[in-house]
Design a binder for this molecule. Structure first.
Ligand code: COA
Length: 337
C-alpha cells in the first residue's frame, strides 16, 4: 500500500477583466514597452477595478476549482487556505470570508502569508493537513490585488505586478496516484526582510508615534538584489525537492517557476540544466501575480493542453520574507471548469 499523500483534484483561475498593456503604462510614466519586455518579459497585466478586493477574485477562482474537482457539495471540503500578500483586511484573515461566500459552511479557514511563495507554502500546509487526516479535501487559493499597493510614481514596481487568483482542490489519496504531491521543500531568510515588502499597517509601524506616511502603504522592492537571491534559492530548493522525490532533472517534464521575470526563469533553467521548452511561461499575459502566479500558470498551461496525465511537474517560488519553496508532483489529468 502506497503512502498517504495530497492529490490534485481540481483547478480554477480568474483574472479581473481589465487588461493594462505596457503601452498604457508608458503613457502614464517614464517607461516603454521595449524596456518592460526586455527586462521582464511582461507584455500586459490585469488590474482589478476599484472596489474589487482579493476575496472577490479568490471566490471566483475557488468556485471554478470546486467545479473542476466535481465536488458533490459543501460537505466535501474540510479546509480553505488563502495564500495572499494583499488580504482584504489586516484582521480578520481573508479565508473565512471566502469559505462562507463559497457556501462551504463552518470549516477551518486560514490565510498563509509568504509573499510570492505563498501558494507553495499553502500547498505544503494543505498537504500536511490531508496526510494528518484533518480534512479529506482542502481548497487552496492564491489570490492578490496588488494595484492599490503600487506607487503610481514608482516605475520599478508599477510595471511588474498584476492581479488575479488561482485555486486547486487537493484530496487525500496515495503517493502512487497521478496528481500526488511527492515532495516539498520550504525555506526562509528573515535577515533579508528589507528587500521587498509593504511596511504600513503592521504592529511595527503602529507601535511608533510616527504619523502615517502614504509611502508606507506601497510596495517597495530592491529588484536587483531580489533577482540574485531568487535564482539562487529557487535553484537550491528545486534540487532539494527533486532529490527528495528521487527524480533527476532530466525526468521533469515541466518547470512551473514563480512568474516574476522571464530572465529569472531563464537563469533558473540554466542553473538546473533544464531546456527552455520545459519552462512554463505565463507572465507575458498577467505580470507577477505573487501568490496567484503558480496556479494561474498551471491553469493556463493545462488549458493549452500542455500537461498529460502522469507528467512530472516541478513548482518553485520565492518571495518577500525572503521565502522560497518547491513542490514535486505528477499531473492528474483533471478537467478545467
Ligand atoms: N522603465 C524604464 N526604466 C526603468 C524601469 C521601467 N519600468 N524601472 C527601472 N528602470 C530603470 C532604472 O531606473 C535604472 O536606470 P538607471 O540605470 O539610470 O539608474 C535602469 O532601468 C536599470 O534598473 P534596474 O533596477 O537595475 O533594472 P533591472 O535590470 O534589475 O530590472 C527588475 C529591474 C525589477 C525588472 C528586476 O530587477 C527584477 O525583476 N527583479 C526581481 C524582482 C522580483 O522578482 N520581485 C518579485 C517579488 S519578491
Amino acid at each position: 500500500m502506497s503512502e498517504p499523500a495530497a492529490v490534485l483534484a481540481g483547478l480554477g483561475a480568474h483574472v479581473p477583466p481589465r487588461t493594462v498593456t505596457n503601452e498604457e503604462l508608458s503613457r502614464r510614466m517614464d517607461t516603454s514597452d521595449a524596456w518592460i519586455v526586455q527586462r521582464t518579459g511582461i507584455r500586459q497585466r490585469h488590474w482589478a477595478d476599484p472596489g474589487v478586493a482579493t476575496s472577490d477574485l479568490a471566490v471566483e477562482a475557488g468556485h471554478r476549482a470546486l467545479k473542476s474537482a466535481g465536488t458533490a457539495g459543501p460537505d466535501d471540503i474540510g479546509m480553505v487556505i488563502v495564500a495572499t500578500a494583499t488580504p482584504d483586511t489586516q484582521c480578520p484573515a481573508t479565508a473565512p470570508d471566502v469559505a462562507a461566500r463559497l457556501g462551504l459552511g463552518t470549516i477551518a479557514a486560514l490565510d498563509v502569508s509568504a509573499g510570492c511563495s505563498g501558494f507553495v507554502y499553502a500547498l505544503a500546509t494543505a498537504s500536511a493537513a490531508l496526510v494528518a487526516g484533518y480534512a479529506e479535501r482542502v481548497l487552496v487559493i492564491g489570490a492578490e490585488t496588488f494595484r492599490p499597493f503600487l506607487d503610481p510614481a514608482d516605475r520599478s514596481t508599477a510595471v511588474i505586478f498584476g492581479d488575479g487568483a488561482g485555486a486547486v482542490v487537493l484530496r487525500r489519496g496515495t503517493a502512487d496516484e497521478p496528481g500526488a504531491i511527492v515532495s516539498v521543500d520550504l525555506g526562509a531568510d528573515g535577515t533579508l526582510k528589507e528587500l521587498v515588502g509593504i511596511p504600513g499597517n503592521g504592529s511595527r509601524h503602529r507601535s511608533t508615534d510616527r504619523p502615517p506616511d502614504p509611502a508606507d502603504q506601497y510596495l517597495f522592492m530592491h529588484g536587483k538584489e531580489v533577482f540574485v537571491h531568487a535564482v539562487r534559492r529557487m535553484a537550491q530548493s528545486s534540487s532539494a525537492v527533486l532529490a527528495q522525490a528521487g527524480w533527476s532533472v532530466g525526468q521533469v517534464d515541466h518547470v512551473v517557476g514563480h512568474q516574476a521575470n522571464l530572465r529569472i526563469l531563464h537563469a533558473l533553467a540554466k542553473q538546473l540544466g533544464v531546456d527552455g521548452e520545459r519552462l512554463v511561461r505565463h507572465l507575458d499575459q498577467v505580470g507577477n501575480t505573487s501568490a496567484a502566479s503558480i496556479p494561474l500558470a498551471l491553469a493556463d498551461a493545462a488549458a493549452q493542453g500542455r500537461f498529460q496525465a502522469g507528467d512530472r511537474l516541478l513548482l518553485t517560488a520565492f518571495g518577500a520574507g525572503l521565502t522560497w519553496g518547491s513542490v514535486a508532483l505528477t499531473w492528474p489529468g483533471i478537467a478545467l471548469a
